[in-house]
Design a protein around this ligand. Structure first.
Ligand SMILES: N[C@@H](CCC(=O)NCCCC(=O)O)C(=O)O
Length: 269
């Protein structure tokens, strides 16, 4: 039985009447059916009330990227600049869902906005326009950029920490990589300011922007990346390997196999 992979949705206006729809990019559907090897389950941005009913039916949770941004009220930040896209319905769903998934030990993979949600859900904060901060790169891609090669091409390198879970995953898979310079794409304006207490930073851009984290005390796969491996996996083994590792963790969960540390924790309780 394939793993059921929860995929966060955004509320987006569609059609001539700008009717609100709950949507996720096809790239998340294709990567779930591909290297993750699971069944994609779109999770509507319908609020916290659904979390207790949704979570037990999932074998993994993938938090997706989006042009919208986590509302600053969730991390006591300043109001966004006029015109900054927000999605309060998504926030009200994903933040409690992340906390519940991490508490349950469910495999979690957080990507871009999802990476930022992981940090905020666990008590961290965000910088809202890192390109305006001294010494920082512009990590965004102009919204009018139509050239796919530019929009989702490699934009900078990230440096992995010596003990990174990401590095262990890539090494275990036999992938060759330079931990001091892994090329990634970049499509974000915001970034981690205060790292949540339970997160461990695993990778950094040349300007110090945190680009990957893991949940320190998670029994299994629980990590996030600020870049978009879902754009690259068909031609980039390192991107594909992230999803394969996440898929293996979700497959174990679906088969009732729990991480050894979680079994030990439960036995000791
Ligand atoms: N809005 C946040 C998160 C950025 C993000 O998730 N980008 C994905 C963009 C997807 C697309 O362009 O369709 C930020 O700006 O930091």
């Amino acid at each position: 039985m394939r793993a059921m992979i929860g995929i966060s949705c955004c509320v987006k206006a569609f059609g001539i009447f700008a009717t609100p729809n709950h949507a996720a990019s096809d790239s998340y559907i294709r990567v779930t059916l591909g290297p993750i090897g699971g069944v994609p389950v779109l999770l509507p941005a319908a609020g916290e009330a659904l979390v207790p009913d949704i979570l037990p039916r999932l074998d993994g949770l993938m938090l997706t990227g989006s042009r919208s941004n986590v509302h600053p009220d969730h991390y006591q930040g300043p109001a966004h600049a006029e015109g900054t896209p927000e999605d309060p319905q998504r926030d009200s769903t994903t933040l409690p869902l992340i906390r519940a998934a991490i508490a349950a030990g469910l495999p979690v993979l957080a990507i871009c906005r999802g990476f930022q949600e992981l940090n905020v859900a666990l008590g961290g904060s965000l910088d809202q326009r890192i390109q305006d901060l001294p010494g920082r790169l512009d990590h965004s891609t102009p919204s009018d950029q139509k050239l796919p090669k530019v929009r989702t091409g490699k934009a900078h390198a990230v440096r992995l920490s010596a003990d990174s879970q990401l590095g262990k995953i890539w090494t275990a898979s036999g992938q060759r990589f330079r931990p001091e310079a892994v090329p990634v794409n970049s499509l974000h304006n915001q970034g981690i300011c205060r790292l949540a207490p339970r997160l461990v930073a695993e990778a950094w851009a040349p300007d110090g922007t945190v680009e990957a984290v893991r949940v320190a005390d998670a029994p299994g796969f629980a990590m996030g990346v600020q870049w978009h491996p879902e754009y690259d996996w068909e031609h980039d083994a390192l991107s594909r390997t992230i999803f394969e590792a996440f898929g293996a963790a979700c497959g174990d969960w679906a088969a009732g196999r729990r991480p050894a540390s979680q079994v030990a924790q439960r036995a000791a309780a």
